[in-house]
Structure formats: structure tokens, C-alpha cells
Design a protein around this ligand. Structure first.
Ligand SMILES: NC(=O)C1=CN([C@@H]2O[C@H](COP(=O)(O)OP(=O)(O)OC[C@H]3O[C@@H](n4cnc5c(N)ncnc54)[C@H](OP(=O)(O)O)[C@@H]3O)[C@@H](O)[C@H]2O)C=CC1
Ligand SMILES: O=CCc1c[nH]c2ccccc12
Length: 288
């Protein structure tokens, strides 16, 4: 089954859902999880310098048996060691991953490059121009950070990967506006937070009633995760998620086969989410 893609502002495409190797796999051997995710339908892997497992992400890719050309691999520049540039950092990441080229390279957080964001962005552009990565983007960028790099960018970021779920939906509206102006694809992490990090919140009964409606319409089981991932997908968002379970990996990929939420259901998730403002990764974002 082919995985739907999103078109980036540089003409490349990205599979709509990616398997993350941070959070639960942080600093752990990611080989088995990555291989299982690929065998269960994921073709997009999300890594980072700081996850301390780029080597085993690469091993998982090889173990999966899937050709490199059919996969999409993202990694992130978290920190620049003294004397390093984005290009030398990406070369080091690629060596660990066992790859010649990344599909997407992101600045992980603006917080580690204070006063140097413009220079770092020019270094990201060099990575793309020199063919070390097909596309470049950012993560955890607020409006002010995007504005800062856009002042010097000859290549605008293609993606901004941010904490995104209904409990931050309202606060993110200004970020979505600047994304729209520059054709930046919004990518989510922590998208399933309302189901476990924020369990007991106002969304619980809303998700449950939509899940039941979709399940009846489909005539097959539909899960809470599929409801939230479908909501993200219908908003044109590139979803980065993860799981320790093969069955849940299949379930995430199968989200495309779940019937669409109605416009009213989408609006209800956003309205109910806006009753609570809760971020679960505040350290990766500038203080509000
Ligand atoms: N750029 C950045 O700064 C950041 C990027 N990321 C990236 O995003 C990836 C995903 O992040 P993460 O926040 O974990 O993603 P999600 O919010 O999608 O959460 C994934 C977790 O949800 C659990 N889950 C799924 N469905 C349910 C359910 N119905 N009830 C309870 N738990 C459920 C899974 O558990 P189980 O294993 O049991 O299936 C899994 O561990 C990371 O691995 C990383 O690659 C993450 C944080 C910051
Ligand atoms: O990517 C997700 C979480 C994470 C762990 N360490 C860092 C450092 C900088 C940004 C994000 C993160």
C-alpha cells in the first residue's frame, strides 16, 4: 500500500507519517524498533544528533530489508561542537547512520544557537546545496525565530517540527500563519499527548464519541490514536509519532483507511482542545 505524501516548498515530497527515535528510544538501541516499524508500513524515520542512536537507526534501516531509495530519513542538528558547522555535523550524522544523504535535516531547537541562528541557517543551506540532504527545515521554532532566519534565507525552511496537539492548537495560530505565508509544512510531535500525558482532560469524551462514530461507519475497530492522527492529517500536518508495539505501528499507518472526520468533528476537537493550554515539552520552546 502506498503511503500518502505532502509536497514541500522545494519540490520534494515527504511521507505524511514518520516513526520517531527520540522520546521512548532516546539513547537506546533503535535497530529492532526501526526495523519492525518499517516492516509494518512506516517508510519515514525521524532521528536526531541528540537521540544518541543514529547508528542503530541506520542498522534498523538495513535490517528491514527495504531499499534506501524507498525510505525517507530525517535527522536533526541539535548542537554545534566547537569548530563544527552544520555541514560537518551532518557529515558526522550521516556516517553514524550509514547513509550518503539525508532526506530532511532540521535545526532541532533555536535555543542552542542564540545569536547565531542566521549563520546556522546559512550552513543548513550549504548542506542542501552540497547534496548532503534533499531538504532542510527547523524544529521548535516560534514566529520570531522563523522571522530571523527568513531575513537571510535564500532557501526557506521546508518544515517546522513542533509540539502539536489540541491542547496547544489555539496558541499555535500565529505560527501556522507564518508557515502558510512561506509554504512551510507544519510537522507535529507529541501529537498523541492528550491520550496519555494529558489523560483526564476535556478532550477524552470528544475523542471517544468520534472514535465510536468512525468505527460504526467503518465497520472495523478504530482507535483513539487514529482519531487524533486523522485530525492532524486532515489539517495537512506531517505527523511524527512512535510506538514500542508492532500492532500499533500498523494501526498508525492504517489511519489513512479510517473514514474522514467531518468538519464539525474537526471543529469540536479544536474548540474543546482550546479549553486547556498544556504543553508537555516546554524546554524545547522559548518561554511564553
Ligand atoms: N523535535 C523535537 O523537539 C521533538 C521531536 N520528537 C519526535 O517525535 C517522536 C514521537 O514523539 P512522541 O511524543 O513520543 O509521540 P506521540 O505523542 O505520538 O506518542 C507516542 C506514544 O504514544 C503512545 N500511545 C499511542 N496510542 C496510545 C493510547 N491510545 N494510549 C496511550 N498511549 C498511547 C505510544 O505508546 P506505546 O509505545 O505503548 O505504543 C507511544 O509511546 C519522537 O520519537 C521524536 O522522534 C519528540 C519530542 C520532541
Ligand atoms: O527531540 C525531542 C526531545 C529532545 C531531547 N533533547 C533535546 C534537545 C533539544 C531539543 C529537543 C530535545
Amino acid at each position: 500500500m502506498s503511503v500518502p505524501t505532502l509536497l514541500l516548498n522545494d519540490g520534494n515530497s515527504v511521507p505524511w507519517i514518520g516513526f520517531g527515535t527520540g522520546t521512548a528510544l532516546y539513547s537506546k538501541d533503535a535497530a529492532e524498533a526501526v526495523s519492525v516499524a518499517i516492516q509494518n508500513g512506516f517508510i519515514h524515520l525521524d532521528g536526531a544528533q541528540v537521540y544518541n542512536n543514529e547508528e542503530t537507526l541506520g542498522v534498523g534501516v538495513v535490517q528491514s530489508g527495504k531499499p534506501r531509495s524507498e525510505l525517507f530519513v530525517t535527522t536533526k542538528l541539535t548542537k554545534l561542537k566547537p569548530g563544527a558547522t552544520p555541514k560537518s555535523a551532518l557529515q558526522e550524522s550521516l556516517k553514524k547512520l550509514g547513509l550518503d544523504q539525508a532526506d530532511l535535516y532540521l535545526i532541532h531547537t533555536p535555543n542552542n544557537h542564540k545569536g547565531q541562528l542566521k549563520e546556522v541557517w546559512k550552513g543548513m543551506e550549504e548542506c542542501k546545496k552540497d547534496g548532503l540532504t534533499k531538504s532542510i527545515g527547523v524544529s521548535n521554532f516560534a514566529v520570531e525565530h522563523l522571522e530571523e532566519i527568513l531575513e537571510v534565507a535564500t532557501i526557506p525552511p521546508s518544515v517546522n517540527q513542533i509540539e502539536l496537539h489540541p491542547y496547544v492548537w489555539k496558541a499555535l495560530q500565529p505560527v501556522f500563519e507564518i508557515h502558510k505565508q512561506h509554504g512551510i509544512v507544519t510537522s507535529s510531535y507529541a501529537g498523541l499527548s492528550p491520550l496519555f500525558r494529558g489523560k483526564g482532560g476535556p478532550l477524552d469524551p470528544v475523542i471517544e464519541s468520534i472514535r465510536q462514530r468512525l468505527q460504526t461507519t467503518r465497520g472495523q475497530p478504530v482507535t483513539d490514536s487514529q482519531v487524533l492522527n486523522k485530525w492532524l492529517k486532515q489539517n495537512g500536518i506531517l505527523v511524527i509519532t512512535t510506538t514500542s508495539k508492532a500492532e500499533r505501528a500498523r494501526e498508525y499507518v492504517d489511519t489513512v483507511n479510517v473514514p474522514d472526520l467531518t468538519a464539525e468533528e474537526i471543529a469540536l476537537i479544536e474548540k474543546t482542545g482550546s479549553q486547556l493550554h498544556q504543553r508537555y515539552f516546554p524546554g524545547n520552546w522559548p518561554p511564553e
